[in-house]
Each structure stands twice: as structure tokens, then as C-alpha cells.
Design a protein around this ligand. Structure first.
Ligand code: 5AD
Length: 449
């Protein structure tokens, strides 16, 4: 039996796919190269924006087309946030889907896939199929633990480790509390065991994941907050790099800044979502931080950690965003000089406060113009930041060979900048020193010294 998993969305989803892969392999499945040789296809979906959600339906169309053309009909499972959000509606909409597994029931996947094979012979109603795997995320449920060492890390260098599941923040635009449920902390002992298992399997870098990762408080150690956890992970022998995503500016304490500064394994990069540069927009978003608070925080971080790189997420065209409010986001991007930004046009998400109370009233053309302008500004800033690195030497953890040139590899600096240089595939996982020769807006080129 072979499985194929396709993943959309965030690191949390990528990691859930690694967990599902581990579960399937421990129940006897082997990886397939694609749909054509898979007995089971899992589509791990994202619903953070409408565009991501649409991908599922084009993917299902593709599988249907393959079935018609070749007579090969793999069992199809839909997992992830769209699965959780839509539940049985998915089965009504598409007859290609055999099973839907919610975000809180991953562990049931092998059992559900076995049932689905039996159902292929019988005729089980849509309703019974759906209800097997969706739990109501609005009620307290489940503990966030996962069998140790079972996740099948997709990356040779980096291991994701979940520290918090779900979120209680209810930002007005965000679907996550409705798809991943309320916030649950994993035990520190369990996190550290996962980290040790990752190191033993050869991973150099650990990436700690949580919706609001710096809200962490260990349920099994009253003295361990997120800064304490970073220290504990830093002290695990063999951990060479630690990254984390994503912190909320509201919980960015002096202790956290000191931990990033002082712990040698913690990378000098913080992804700190701001969402908007306008305080009134942030208020409407229910973000609970202001423009001034964010800029103060940036100044404190920069004063404490001179070589830090900061990146962010931005939503353009949130309901009611005026031209003047948008200009505040533009000016914040100009002032902070992020090493990277992820910018998104606002998209209405089911169940959210904004979808109920705030009309999506920024016209499409304005959203497009604003996002283009922000991206153009950011491109210029990145090019300037990168050009300033030409002639310098940086330490790079090699994480991939080039897709296009077989003599080239790439890796990242501690600040998360991508560097390309001539090298061998077997360098992946090694630290090398690279002299930077050339800069582009999205990456650097150099030579090993
Ligand atoms: N519309 C547009 N962007 C969104 N994001 C989250 N929800 C929405 C939405 N409804 C963005 C935020 C978040 C990132 C992961 O996706 O910027 O930080």
C-alpha cells in the first residue's frame, strides 16, 4: 500500500503532514511518487485565505480526471483546516472524497483509510462517513500530545516541533480558532523528547511551532515560559539552530529578547507579524497592540540585538482600511526595514468576527494597487539590505541542493537570508562560511571560503 500527501498552507500543516506520514508508515504504508501510484491520496488543506481553499477543489478535479483517463481511483482523504471547517459538506460537494479527517483527529487517519476501503465495496451514506473524524473544536477536547518520534521529518536538516496547538486570540480576520480550536500547551518534557529524537535522527535545526508561540507556558513546569523553553531546547546536546513561529508582539517580553540575544543556538531572526501599521485598523482587527507599541518593540529588539533580522506578515485592505490608514502601513514598512514581508489581500473567512460585522469594503483595485506598492517598496529595501552584505562573510547552514544547477547548493544565514553558492549535494546539513559576491532582492550569491 502506498500513500501520497499533498500539503497546502503553514508550517503547522507541513508538520501535520509529517505526522500523518509517520502514522501511515507505522501502519504499513510506503511513500508513493504521486497520485498515479498511490493507493491513498491525502490532501492537507489550508483555509487561512480563500485562495488556499480553492486549491482543494482544483486538486479534486485533477484526481477525478486521472480516474476517468486511467481507471486508477485512489482512496482520497481530505485533512487540515478546510476539512475541519467544512466537514460533511465536502462529501456532499465531491464524490471523489472518501474521508474527511479534522485537525484534531489525525491519529484516526490509518483506521479511517482502512474503513474507506471497505466502504468502497459497500454503500455507506455520506453522513456516517463524515462524522467519524470531525470533532467540534469549540468544546474542550483532546490533549495535544503525539506519539514520540513518529513524525516522518520531510526535511533532512530541519525538524518542526509543535509546542502549542490552537489559539484563543480571535483576531477579527483569522479562521484559526475555528479550525484548530482553543489553545493547548504541550508538556515541556514531551517537547524536549521530540527535540532529542530530532537531533538523534540527524536534524541540526529545530523550529518550534505555535499559533502564538511566545504565549507558551509549560503545563508540567510552572517556572517555564517561552524564554525558559528556548533555554531548555538550547541546552539539548546537538541542537545547533533554533527558530520559532510565530510570536505575537503583545507577548514579546524582555526575557524573550534576552533569550534570543544570549542563547547561542537561537537564530538572530524574529518573524513578528504586525498585520497593519495603523492603530485604528489594529483595533478593528482585535490585535491588542498598537503601531507605537510595535515600533517601540522593534527599537528595543534592535538596541539589544544589533545583528537581528525582522520579518513580518501584513494584511492589505482589511474592512474600512482608508487610504491614510494604508499609508501608515507603508510608512511602517519603510521605517522598520524588514528582511522579508509576507503580504496578503484581506479575504473574508467563515465564522470570523470580521465576516459577521465588517463588510469587505475596500475595492479590489485598491487592494491590488496597495499590495503592489508595498511589495515594490519592500523589494527595494531587501535589495539595499542584501547589497550591504556583498564583500562580507556569513555562516550558512546548507539545507538544499539547487533544483536547476547540479553544482550549486543553498542555505540560510542565522538571519534567515537565502545564500546560493557552488557546492556538493553531500554538504547538506553542514555549516560553511561563505563570502558574499552578489546580491539580488530575494537571495545572495557567494563562494565558500
Ligand atoms: N485575509 C488575509 N490574510 C490573512 N491572514 C490571516 N487571515 C487572513 C485573512 N482573512 C494572514 C495574516 C497571518 C498570515 C498567516 O495570513 O497576515 O499572519
Amino acid at each position: 500500500m502506498k500513500y501520497f500527501i499533498e500539503t497546502y498552507g503553514c508550517q503547522m500543516n507541513v508538520h501535520d503532514s509529517e505526522r500523518m506520514a509517520g502514522l501511515l508508515e507505522s501502519s504499513g504504508y510506503e511513500p508513493a511518487a504521486g497520485d498515479a501510484d498511490a493507493d491513498l491520496v491525502v490532501i492537507n488543506t489550508c483555509s487561512v485565505r480563500e485562495k488556499a481553499e480553492e486549491k482543494l477543489h482544483s486538486r479534486l478535479g485533477h484526481i477525478k480526471g486521472m480516474g476517468r483517463a486511467t481507471g486508477h481511483f485512489p482512496v482520497v482523504a481530505v485533512a487540515g483546516c478546510v476539512a475541519q471547517q467544512e466537514g460533511s459538506r465536502l462529501l456532499e460537494r465531491s464524490n471523489v472524497i472518501d474521508l474527511v479527517v479534522g485537525t484534531q483527529r489525525l491519529k484516526m487517519l490509518p483506521m479511517l483509510a482502512a474503513q474507506a476501503r471497505v466502504q468502497r465495496q459497500q454503500d455507506v451514506s455520506t453522513a456516517t462517513r463524515a462524522l467519524a473524524a470531525i470533532v467540534d473544536v469549540s468544546t474542550p477536547y483532546d490533549e495535544p500530545s503525539f506519539p514520540l518520534g513518529l513524525a516522518r521529518h520531510a526535511d533532512a536538516v530541519k525538524a518542526y516541533v509543535t509546542i502549542i496547538e490552537g489559539c484563543n486570540d480571535y483576531c477579527a480576520f483569522c479562521v484559526v480558532p475555528y479550525t484548530r480550536g482553543h489553545e493547548r500547551m504541550r508538556a515541556k518534557a514531551e517537547i524536549l523528547a521530540d527535540v532529542r529524537a530530532a537531533v538523534e535522527s540527524g536534524r541540526r535545526e529545530v523550529q518550534l511551532l505555535g499559533q502564538i508561540v511566545n504565549h507558551y507556558q509549560a503545563p508540567d513546569d510552572p517556572h517555564c515560559d517561552f524564554a525558559g523553553l528556548l533555554e531548555a531546547v538550547n541546552n539539548v546536546a546537538g541542537v545547533q539552530r533554533i527558530r520559532f513561529a510565530s510570536p505575537h508582539p503583545r507577548h514579546a517580553s524582555a526575557r524573550l529578547i534576552a533569550a534570543v540575544r544570549d542563547l547561542p543556538a537561537v537564530c538572530k531572526h524574529i518573524h513578528l507579524p504586525v498585520q497593519s501599521g495603523s492603530t485604528p485598523v489594529l483595533q478593528r482587527m482585535r490585535r491588542r497592540h498598537t503601531r507605537e507599541h510595535y515600533l517601540d518593540l522593534v527599537a528595543k529588539i534592535r538596541a539589544d540585538i544589533p545583528n537581528i533580522q525582522l520579518s513580518t506578515d501584513i494584511i492589505i485592505g482589511f474592512p474600512g482600511e482608508s487610504e491614510a490608514e494604508y499609508q501608515e502601513t507603508l510608512s511602517l514598512v519603510d521605517a522598520v526595514r524588514f528582511s522579508c514581508i509576507f503580504s496578503f489581500k484581506y479575504s473574508v473567512r467563515p465564522n470570523t468576527l470580521a465576516s459577521k460585522k465588517m463588510p469587505d469594503d475596500v475595492v479590489a483595485d485598491d487592494k491590488t494597487r496597495r499590495i503592489r506598492e508595498i511589495q515594490l517598496l519592500q523589494r527595494r529595501i531587501q535589495l539595499e539590505l542584501h547589497e550591504a552584505m556583498v564583500g562580507h562573510r556569513v555562516e550558512v547552514l546548507v539545507d538544499a541542493r539547487s533544483q536547476r544547477r547540479d553544482w550549486e547548493v543553498s542555505g540560510r544565514t542565522t538571519g534567515n537570508t537565502v545564500v546560493n553558492f557552488p557546492g556538493h549535494a553531500d554538504w547538506v546539513g553542514r555549516f560553511v562560511e561563505v563570502a558574499i559576491r552578489r546580491a539580488g532582492p530575494y537571495s545572495l550569491w557567494g563562494e565558500v571560503v
